[in-house]
Design a protein around this ligand. Sequence first.
Ligand code: HEC
Ligand code: HEC
Length: 385
Amino acid sequence: MSRSSEAGVVGLRAGGRGLRARVAARVGAVLATLLLLSGWFLPGAQAAPPPWAGIGRAATPAEIQAWDIDVRADFKGLPAGSGSVARGQEVWEDKCASCHGIFGESNEVFSPIVGGTTAQDLLTGRVANLKRTDYPQRTTLMKVSQISTLWDYISRAMPWNAPKSLSTDDVYAVLAYMLHLGDVLPADHVLSDRNIAQAQQRLPNRNGKVTYRGLWEPTGKPDVQGDACMRQCATVVEVATPLPEFARNAHGNLAEQNRVVGPFRGADTTRPPARDPLRLAAAAGTQSATAQVQVARGAAAKAPADLARDAACLACHSVARKLVGPSFREIAQRYQNDPKAEQRLAATVRNGGQGNWGSVPMPASALLKDDELLSVVRWVLGAAR
Ligand code: HEC
Ligand code: HEC
């Protein structure tokens, strides 16, 4: 079997057709053979099959259900379940506090979740501190206007190092605990699909969402129109109102901080919005913009520093300063007399680690090939010099 299929592929390749046509023909031939063998073949159907005939299959209802997890503002899509504030505290301390702080105040890296809201805000549904330019922080509970957004976000994206690992009940529980920390829900509350609409009515900024103005220019157009695009969609997302200079790079280069999955990379915020066609194309691609520009410009094998950036190491590490993880210099100093450090640390980075430097975990990283990973670790270990 394997030999005949190899021969088939070689023959088809010699025919010089496109990859899809070749695969289709190959799969079609196999299917036709199977149909013939099983006696299901019906002669007489003459219409030319579409080029994708025989490729793939319809998704099963269970598969669609597994993807269809979004929760709408009107709570369509919200699964039934419940969780208490008390259980939520356990989940929070176990799975969230290492990054977001015991009280949601967050550590030096992550933006705070709780704080800045008052009892008066609960009544008005508008967070007064948002209007103050001298107020130091904007927390999640100050800004969020829809409780469904929190439910959906936690359920699909948190904990950051293990998204989608929480049970439905634990999402309710941890959300109840966060809202309790913000004085939205009492300590003995059990949040559920049946009473979440009431919790929405106590969200401090529930009336704070407006859609009639631009984010940066109060008289400008709204930034987000919310049209669902199905074809000929823009490949680069542009906001309608320009980001003021002070805001563009306020949190460091977004291109280096975003996850390296998904259709849109973070923009390179170290410079004004791209007009260079190469960078526009790269921004819509699947690798980081800088990586693609390098590919497009024919750069040679990548330097370890670039690999570290592309693999998102620099979202959590810097050479000289502690960020989420220890600085590369500290790591190099700790292991400078350890001849086995290189292999061991490569394994740690590959599989993730925790406890050698503190309680914040390092997630596993599958992005680099083995030799690339080794070259990055070698570079990290050279950081002491
Ligand atoms: C390893 C660190 C880490 C852990 C653990 C973690 N988070 Fe997060 N969390 C993040 C990061 C980073 C972001 C911002 C992500 C982004 O913008 O893509 C975030 C964002 C959030 C936000 C949105 C904040 C906002 O205003 O946009 C919520 C809510 C949240 N996390 C809840 C949780 C909950 C609940 C848990 C535990 C079940 C948890 N997180 C565990 C790192 C973490
Ligand atoms: C989400 C944040 C995050 C990312 C991304 C990340 N790290 Fe880490 N890294 C950490 C944290 C936190 C620690 C400390 C873990 C501990 O206490 O054991 C750490 C520890 C390390 C260590 C020392 C491990 C030890 O056991 O002493 C090395 C080496 C390292 N990281 C390299 C990398 C490299 C290379 C990458 C990119 C492939 C990377 N890290 C990506 C957060 C991160």
